[in-house]
Design a protein around this ligand. Structure first.
Ligand code: ADP
Length: 330
């Protein structure tokens, strides 16, 4: 029986377990032998491998995180580390590898492909910063988590005249901030992709009172550079909050949502996306294909060359940004 290795790597994302479940059972369906590789490339180098059966993935579809664990591996970034990884796969007679992860994990997968391992990638990252797919696994759950949190902040905000800043994940990408900001009716959304002027933000908040608003909610992506001399050591929401207090005289409250954004049961969308992509990825492996990532584009599953996909830049839909501005300034 041909063997297929399955690993999750990089930042964990809700829905990874749904993908693992589907990958294992689809492999069995096609007569392939699924092997778990624990702790991503780190575990691969260090031999953390085990054969899997259908019951090993029972009861996980509703769980966030990843039963295969995830890790980051510096060793894998070296040619010696990768040689160990390839050797480990050969020793276990695994010729194909399904990589469930983000951009860095895909770069790692591509380097394995170049060493002769058949790889297939499916995008799983809450940041949604991978090109060639409309959404990556975990994003929908994360953005719903943010929405739940902001709904609660809104309740308390409506009792006081203050400016509430909510910092969300996204070191290089404003996806979580933009989608949650629009969905929560934020007054201001600050994202790395769009330059902004803090004095204009203060001005907007001042004018908001004239529009009858008693409080303001600002959603800030963690990757925003708040002030000119920002050295990245302080959260942007803290810096921006202080600036607004000092320059515009408003009382501010800061919430940094952190890791609760990643947790919880995956949403329907994430479970379906994970199941669909994992099924097709294993089907392609069964057909002997490799060097691809699968994405969902306009509701269709599409396979892209991994090298091509990694060279593309994910575009943010700035219509959402413009729409949010219209709705919050009228
Ligand atoms: P994510 O997949 O969520 O973007 P990382 O960027 O941390 O997460 O990548 C996960 C792992 O993939 C890294 O720890 C490293 O082992 C491997 N990796 C990342 N970039 C490369 C690269 N350019 N070449 C080889 N391996 C890489």
């Amino acid at each position: 029986m041909r063997r297929v290795g399955i690993l999750t790597s990089g930042g964990d994302a809700p829905g990874m377990n749904a993908a693992i479940r589907t990958a294992v059972r689809t492999a069995l369906h096609f007569g392939l032998e699924p092997w778990a590789i624990y702790r991503g490339y780190h575990g691969l180098i260090h031999g953390e491998l085990a054969a899997m059966g259908s019951r090993d993935v029972s009861g996980i579809i509703q769980r966030g995180g990843t039963i295969l664990k995830s890790a980051r591996s510096e060793e894998f970034m070296t040619p010696e580390g990768r040689a160990k990884a390839v050797d480990m796969l050969r020793r276990h007679e695994i010729d194909s590898l399904l990589v469930i992860g983000g951009d860095g994990s895909f770069r790692g997968a591509l380097s394995l492909q170049q060493e002769g391992v058949n790889v297939m990638g499916i995008p799983a990252t809450i940041d949604n910063d991978i090109a060639c797919t409309d959404y990556s696994i975990g994003f929908d759950t994360a953005v719903n988590n943010v929405m739940d949190a902001v709904n609660k902040i809104r309740d308390t905000a409506s009792s006081h005249d203050r400016v509430y800043l909510v910092e969300v994940m996204g070191r290089h990408s404003g996806y979580i901030a933009l989608y949650s900001g629009l969905a929560c009716g934020a007054d201001v959304i600050l994202i790395p992709e769009v330059p902004y002027d803090l004095d204009a933000v203060c001005e907007q908040i001042s004018q908001a009172a004239e529009l009858g608003k008693t409080f303001n909610i600002i959603v800030v992506a963690e990757g925003v550079h708040a002030i000119g001399d920002d050295d990245g050591s302080e959260n942007p929401a803290m810096q921006i909050g202080r600036y607004i207090e000092e320059q515009a005289g408003f009382e501010t409250r800061i919430t940094i949502l952190g890791h609760i954004q990643r947790g919880g049961a995956p949403t329907v969308r994430d479970r379906l996306l994970a199941s669909r992509l994992a099924y097709h990825a294993v089907e392609l492996i069964f057909q002997g294909k490799g060097g691809k990532m699968l994405g969902e584009v306009d509701q269709k599953v599409v396979a892209f060359d991994l090298e091509y996909a990694l060279a593309q830049e994910k575009q943010l839909n700035l219509d959402y940004y413009r729409l949010s501005n219209i709705l919050s300034t009228i």
